[in-house]
Design a protein around this ligand. Structure first.
Ligand SMILES: [Zn+2]
Length: 358
């Protein structure tokens, strides 16, 4: 029911017409999807550079990278000569709703997706752009040594050290565990189509307490992912068109994820659920099992995760390989507006491409 509300017309033309969709099964049989972008009129006919995969966050889909900005990151990467792949992992709202954890994706989704990209492209190395919970789960996978083919990673918003503001911390540590006894998921689509008693109560709460804009999905997203007004972007950085487009891009997100993130926030860094032998219990207790170079980006105005966490992650990696990695603070930007800001193709995205080209 939740998924039906998603407005597929929200997908940009490029995504549907110019991509080759490859449906595959994760290690545990869960369906995931790769989309390999085809050349555009303004890009080289054949890639002149290796593959780069873009990994979305929780409760969205790979189309989040294709916001109606002047030129979205995947198209800029195509024009720069990259072989561009979008991954819809199990948290994607285009996949069946499930009660996933970061561990499930780390162990089952990314190793299969990266191996498939190498197999089809013939490349031995893959670069990656990872955001938010696509970043935390991907970091778990690569730090556990499960992604030896990945050579360069640009991570945005949060990677290993999970630090949120005081109110968001209280919410994750005390409200979420209590709420998850009554409800097993949240869905920003409840702002448009509310279904059931508890979703109705939550919708009422959102409407009664949030007056930052008139977009109910925007407000539900802020409610689901933190305590900001808004949480996931600065309204100042979005165009009216992008703000409207958001309505079709946010849906089901399970409480299993929020419970795990609460434990990570309590620990101050990523911790696994203990379900898989492949993953360490504590991700900062040993050196990372990867030779990749990491670029850690954080918007200075991020209201979802504190930029301090990214700085800590950089410091930790720096201790293990001095001079290899990079931290980039982005002034005037928040969380997702790094990719979907009206001026992102000028302000933030060229930096990502420069780093992938190094
Ligand atoms: Zn809004």
């Amino acid at each position: 029911m939740d998924q039906i509300a998603i407005n597929r017309a929200g997908c940009t033309e490029e995504f549907h017409r110019a991509g080759e969709h490859i449906h595959l099964r994760a290690g545990d049989g869960f369906p995931i999807r790769l989309t390999r972008l085809s050349p555009t009129k303004t890009s080289p006919k054949k890639p002149t550079k290796g593959p780069v995969v873009l990994v979305h966050g929780a409760g969205v889909r790979s189309n989040i990278y294709m916001a109606p900005v002047e030129k979205p990151l995947p198209i800029m990467l195509l024009e720069a000569g990259f072989d561009v792949w979008l991954l819809d992992w199990r948290a994607s709202i285009d996949m069946p709703p499930s009660h996933w954890t970061l561990d499930d994706a780390a162990v089952h989704d990314y190793p299969v997706a990266i191996a498939k990209i190498c197999e089809i492209s013939g490349a031995s190395e893959v670069k990656a752009v990872i955001h938010c919970q696509g970043s935390t789960s991907f970091m778990m996978s690569i730090m556990a040594g499960l992604l030896p083919q990945v050579s360069t990673v640009v991570s945005n918003a949060v990677a290993v050290h999970t630090i949120v503001g005081p109110l968001a911390r209280l919410k994750l540590l005390y409200v979420t565990p209590a709420a998850s006894k009554m409800i097993d998921h949240l869905n920003p689509q409840w702002g448009l189509y509310v279904d059931g008693f508890l979703p109705r109560i939550l919708d009422w709460l959102v409407r009664a307490t949030r007056h930052e804009c008139n977009n109910a999905v925007c407000k539900h997203s802020s409610f689901a992912y933190g305590t900001g007004f808004p949480t996931l972007w600065r309204h100042e950085n979005l165009s009216d068109r992008i703000h409207e487009w958001i309505k079709g891009e946010f849906a089901f997100v399970p409480m299993t994820f929020f419970r795990q993130m609460g434990k990570c926030v309590k620990a101050g860094h990523l911790v696994s659920t203990g379900k898989y032998d492949e993953l360490p219990a504590d991700f900062v207790a040993q050196a990372p099992r990867t030779d990749a170079r990491f670029v850690f980006m954080a918007g200075e105005m991020n209201a979802c995760f504190e930029p301090e966490g990214m700085q800590k992650t950089f410091d930790w990696f720096e201790r293990h390989a001095p001079g290899k990695h990079m931290y980039q603070s982005v002034a005037d930007y928040g969380h997702l507006d790094i990719f979907m800001g009206a001026r992102s193709s000028v302000d933030t995205l060229p930096f990502i491409i420069d780093e992938l080209e190094r």
